[in-house]
Design a protein around this ligand. Sequence first.
Ligand SMILES: *Cc1c(COP(=O)(O)O)cnc(C)c1O
Length: 385
Amino acid sequence: MIPYGRQEISEDDIDAVCAVLRSDFLTQGPAIERFEKRVADYCGAKHAIAVSNATAALHIACLSLDVGPSDIVWTSPNTFVASANCALYCGAEVDFVDIDSRTWNISIELLAEKLRIAERAGKLPKVLVPVHFSGQSCDMEAIGQLASKYGIAVIEDASHAIGASFAGKPVGSCLYSDCAVFSFHPVKIITTGEGGLIVTNRDDLAAKLKRLRSHGITRDNELMQSSGEGGWYYEQLELGFNYRMTDIQAALGNSQMERLDNFVDRRSKLATRYSELLANMAVTLPHHDERTISSWHLYVIRLKLEAIRLSHREIFDALRKAGIGVNLHYIPVYLQPYYRALGFTPGYCVEAESYYRQAISLPLYPGLTETDQDYIAATLRQLLE
Ligand SMILES: *Cc1c(COP(=O)(O)O)cnc(C)c1O
């Protein structure tokens, strides 16, 4: 089976991990800070906080912005459940803004309209979580303007988008947001096995995120209520977690950062090639916003079902049967039974649902060969005829 995504591990990666295994620190050691500095520098952000996964990153990002019961968080329905769950962890309410029919990112028009209505109703969200779907940045300039107009904080879910850029600035520069979150799960652009990271330019958020990552504990004299107790002393100031990344993982991440631009380059070449191979088939290809450079986490097509004999499901199943590990990103989050039980019903986000009935993610990862791609395109052509 050709998988839909796969990590790329080099001998250098393996050596970097082994070096940590032979060193004094498996966790809370120097590899973490090196990795954090490397990602922060790459993004042009002031701070980076590495954590155990992007779900944990989204959780403490919400907490650092004081999301709690009685607050509302908005996100896109076309995302992994973690982008919404993070708000529920904090006891907040979640709501969804439908997607744009071309970029499949959150719709700026619908966001602006929903904000106008929410303001009148006195129900503005505290935080917006835009998701850079498939590695293409949302229109962060427009989002930043709306956020400052309505006094809303912004957490970019950039799980797909390390190595991407918007208007010439790397995703993660946080020019128009309070912070951004990356995922290093093996199917993402770079990997640490499991892993996540938050970048921010805000000193206050960075300090709070570091505490929340480690039980809410500090050893900073300035912050502690009591001092002079002794060298052993620390204080827990809030309820935090153990969301730390290990040095083993950070070493892998650091070594992978070395090849981030190569990975994105290769993904981009393969995406261009897909677009050429599929050009005259009954499918809608990914739309490219000129202000963005995508990291191409996913290559998604939408079937033009009115022009095709087979159903969406039949084509999906036939591709799997042919050894092509297609996938579907995403089931609209609010259609999950857990969210339906919160009161969401089908029809809530029309575009996300229409997208869901047509979308297929084709395999895309640096090690995918052109022969694989030709086979995928030929199989698809046969099915669409
Ligand atoms: C992968 C992913 C996450 C969660 O990442 P983990 O590191 O697996 O916790 C969150 N949001 C989006 C959009 C993702 O794709």
